[in-house]
Design a protein around this ligand. Structure first.
Ligand code: FES
Length: 106
């Protein structure tokens, strides 16, 4: 696994997110109010809305465009909506966030 730097934990607002351009495309880094971090492609499976601008509650992000709810662990839209966004592993070392990229990644 290669690790790509995503910036600092304190750069990601609680209950929200930011995006970072990476070798795997544009990634939304999201943080819930408990401080848990998640990484997914920054494209809603509905019509490509920027999930980094969504509201994060628990393990769910609400898309800012039409309010689809996406489960951040599985990357799947919650019913009745259907769709999937790619999720990525993350790790933190102190304040630094790292995105895990498998070798198969473009
Ligand atoms: S683009 Fe995300 S809900 Fe429509």
């Amino acid at each position: 696994m290669d690790w790509f730097p995503l910036g600092k934990v304190s750069d990601v607002p609680l209950g929200g997110g930011r995006y970072v351009d990476t070798p795997a495309g544009q990634i939304a880094v999201l943080r819930n109010e408990e401080g848990e971090l998640f990484a997914v492609h920054n494209r809603c499976p509905h019509r490509g809305g920027p999930l980094s601008e969504g509201f994060v509650s628990g393990k769910t992000v609400f898309c800012p465009l039409h309010n689809w709810q996406i489960d951040l662990e599985r990357g799947e839209a919650l019913p009745p909506d259907q769709g999937c966004v790619k999720t990525f592993p993350l790790k933190t070392e102190g304040e630094e966030i790292w995105l895990g990229l498998s070798e198969a990644q473009p």
